[in-house]
Design a protein around this ligand. Structure first.
Ligand code: CP
Length: 311
């Protein structure tokens, strides 16, 4: 693997999931592969799971890890040809090349501003690193994609399903803050590549980008969509058409134990209790969110392993 910035960078998904599950059983099997190799992790935004699980994954492979909260460094300029006489002190052209000299792999987290759709969709942060860095880039959640989370979700469903073709529902939930579409985008794309029946349910106005949803059924009636679900993945995202806006705070969309039924409850975390999902679901036997978070390590580890093998 030359980079992992999008789920499309996975060559053979079935094989990758199988290998990740094997790594989980034997995490130190390839502990020499990353010897004398360094992962530099750059965070433009907060993280708990991505930061810790990716560091753990790299260390399981024998890599050294260096972490920089980018807000502690110089303000980066991403525009070409700018007269840098305002707030930015260092251009990405120098920064990416400099960081590449300290790293064998660079991982980047950079959320969207949710104010300018075109700017966010240009993925200027992650794409600038791809353009100017001289080492492979891993996306730890960008403006429009969270491919490590999506691979985690694929691993989790593969491990837990009792059916050849389970029904998977992506169900929108209310949230007091405007959140990106990244997790939902990558989850939908990943499920389209798996042997599952995927349905998306959300209030009108929360349609994801059509290039993402393609022919996946969308049902505005949550109760209808959830019928006979095997896995219910709950996530908030802000409107794509009315870009970055909160159009609904309807509490009726919160996931409850009654709605969940026998399905497994999934969420990428962090999650707001009794806003997105009620306590009884998170504290109940059908919640798999902790197992899901554990799988973040093995999703990151299989990605780093495949990158290291190609260096
Ligand atoms: N799911 C996820 O990416 O968690 P963090 O934001 O804590 O990394």
């Amino acid at each position: 693997m030359k980079k992992y910035t999008n789920i499309k960078d996975i060559g053979n998904l079935k094989e990758t999931i199988k290998e990740a599950i094997l790594l989980k059983a034997n995490p130190f099997q390839f502990s020499d592969l990353g010897k004398n190799k360094t992962l530099v992790m750059l965070f433009f935004n907060s993280s708990l799971r991505t930061r810790l699980s990716t560091e753990k994954a790299a260390k399981n492979l024998g890599m050294d890890v260096v972490i920089l909260n980018v807000n502690d460094a110089w303000n980066l300029e991403f525009e070409d040809g700018t007269v840098m006489n305002a707030n930015t002190s260092e251009h990405i052209k120098e920064a990416a090349q400099v960081i590449s000299q300290y790293a064998d792999v660079i991982a980047v987290r950079a959320f969207p501003g949710l104010l300018d759709k075109q700017k966010d969709e240009s993925e200027f942060v992650i794409n600038s690193f791809i353009k100017y860095a001289t080492v492979p880039i891993v996306n730890m959640e960008s403006a429009t994609a969270h491919p490590l989370q999506a691979l985690t979700d694929a691993i989790t469903i593969s491990e837990l399903t009792k059916k050849v073709k389970p029904k998977v529902v992506l169900s929108w939930a209310p949230h007091p803050k405007a959140l990106p579409q990244a997790v939902a985008n990558s989850f939908v794309g990943m499920m389209q590549n798996m042997d599952v029946n995927l349905i998306i349910t959300h209030p009108e106005g929360y349609e994801l980008r059509q290039e993402i949803t393609k022919n996946t059924p969308i049902n505005y009636n949550q109760e209808d969509a959830l019928k006979d679900a095997d896995f219910i993945y709950v996530k908030n995202w802000s409107s794509y058409s009315d870009y970055g806006k909160i159009l609904s705070q309807d509490k009726n969309w919160m996931m409850t134990k009654a709605k969940l039924g026998q399905a497994k409850f999934m969420h990428c975390l962090p999650v707001r209790r009794n806003v997105v999902v009620e306590d009884a679901v998170l504290d109940g036997d059908n919640s798999v969110v902790i197992k899901q978070a554990n799988n973040r390590t093995f999703a990151a580890q299989i990605v780093l392993k495949q990158i290291l093998e190609d260096l």
